[in-house]
Design a binder for this molecule. Structure first.
Ligand SMILES: *Cc1c(COP(=O)(O)O)cnc(C)c1O
Length: 402
């Protein structure tokens, strides 16, 4: 019965061009990456990873991982509150706290296993029965699910509509108010109006929970992310960042007022009831975070910015001659080409793959119906010639598929 039910639902997904497929990579994360059964085993030129600085297979980090494993072993053996919290985890937290000290007075940081876990931790531990969570409608799935799990009331506001949010805040009567937003939106690449949101938080005695999964490492002079980009400073900032994207490893953190961190340690079930990440990972993260703020990190950010500009210039020329397609207002490494319907997005992606390029088609429910897109992401590891190759291929497949 269950299997027949599932098979029926799978056919519906097929009919709507919404079936997803699990690909197995046969080589490390890099602009040229090969996948099982794709392109005759030859590497594809990929524009799909969140490895924005090209650190996921950086020799220094590979070395740090090996050294971390030799010194600390491969496993933590227990949850953080039992015996799994090791020196490398604490060092990462101290370094992150230093990063955020200019932005959050007395900042303290907590390391978690993943961004998904960190968002569940924040929304459930802070969003109790006395709280209202105000969420941007385009927030990441982990924040949406976290809000569902929270005991507090949840209000959603249309993407970026601070006027709507202000009305909701004014009407709110719960003692605790939490504004919850992606700092860089993962499917559009646009940056939230964080100064405006912080002003609202201050005016309404609310707190601002920021998910900087796509800003950390990329934005800000030192790569400290969107709060550095805007030069924000407030006790009301609660910053979450992920460490598997630009940082090239895995994990996530929350940086906030010390009382908030202490409360997460007491109450956040996705922190408490899970095994602490490998100490070798934490040791690697230390090397990665230091690299991000080093001159090499700066050079990588500068290279990435150059590629973003090159790509946007080329894409603008393409959408100008293709009615119905549009670019997003993005100055980050996420550069979606919105084409509208699922079939078009899918057939473009397939046509590109035939030419040896991998750009994923993103369809509902990940994005709103009617806004299917190619989600192009850039990395400092790409070359200008590779970006040029993508633009040429796009121009060619445009002619074939429309
Ligand atoms: C990727 C992502 C997450 C989840 O982080 P993981 O560490 O991959 O679990 C959370 N929020 C946003 C906006 C993301 O893009």
């Amino acid at each position: 019965m269950l299997i027949e039910h599932i098979n029926r639902r799978l056919l519906e997904l097929d009919a709507a061009a919404l079936r997803r497929r699990l690909r197995t990579a046969e080589s490390p994360c890099a602009p040229l990456q090969s996948f099982e059964g794709e392109h005759g085993g030859e590497p594809l030129l990929a524009f799909c990873s969140n490895d924005y600085l090209g650190l996921a297979h950086h020799p220094a980090l590979i070395e740090a991982m090996a050294e971390g494993a030799r010194r600390w072993g491969t496993g933590s053996g227990a949850s953080h509150l039992v015996s799994g919290h090791m020196r490398p985890h604490a060092q990462v937290e101290e370094l992150i706290a230093r990063w955020f000290a200019p932005h959050i007075p007395h900042a303290r940081a907590l390391l978690l296993g993943s961004g998904f876990e960190a968002n569940l931790a924040l929304t459930t531990a802070l969003g109790d029965g006395s709280a209202t969570l105000f969420c941007d409608k385009l927030n990441h799935a982990s924040l949406i699910d976290g809000a569902r799990l929270a005991e507090g009331e949840v209000k959603r506001y249309a993407h970026g509509r601070l006027d709507v949010l202000a009305q909701q805040l004014t009407a709110c009567t719960t003692p605790i108010k939490l504004i919850v937003t992606d700092a860089v939106f993962s499917m559009d690449g646009d940056i939230a109006d964080l100064p405006g949101l912080l002003k609202l938080a201050e005016a309404h005695d609310a707190w601002l929970i920021l998910d900087d999964a796509h800003g950390l490492g990329v934005l800000g002079e030192s790569g400290h992310g969107s709060v550095e980009h805007f030069g924000l400073r407030s006790e009301r900032l609660i910053c979450m960042g992920t460490l598997g994207k630009a940082a090239g490893v895995s994990g996530a953190f929350v940086a906030a007022h010390p009382a908030i961190i202490e409360w997460l340690i007491q109450k956040a079930r996705s922190f408490i009831y899970t095994t602490a990440s490998s100490p070798a990972l934490a040791h690697t993260l230390l090397a990665s975070l230091r690299l991000i703020e080093s001159p090499e990190g700066r050079a990588r950010r500068a290279r990435l910015l150059g590629l973003i500009e090159q790509l946007r210039t080329g894409l603008r020329a393409l959408v100008d001659v293709q009615p119905g397609w549009k670019l997003c207002e993005s100055h980050t490494a996420i550069q979606p080409l919105v084409v509208g319907d699922n079939d078009t997005a899918l057939s473009l992606s397939t046509a590109l793959r035939r030419r040896g390029l991998y750009v994923p088609a993103i369809r509902p429910p990940t994005v709103p119906v009617g806004t299917a897109r190619l989600r192009i992401t850039l990395s400092a590891a790409h070359t200008p010639a590779q970006v040029e190759q993508l633009l040429l291929a796009l121009a060619q497949v445009m002619g074939e598929t429309t």
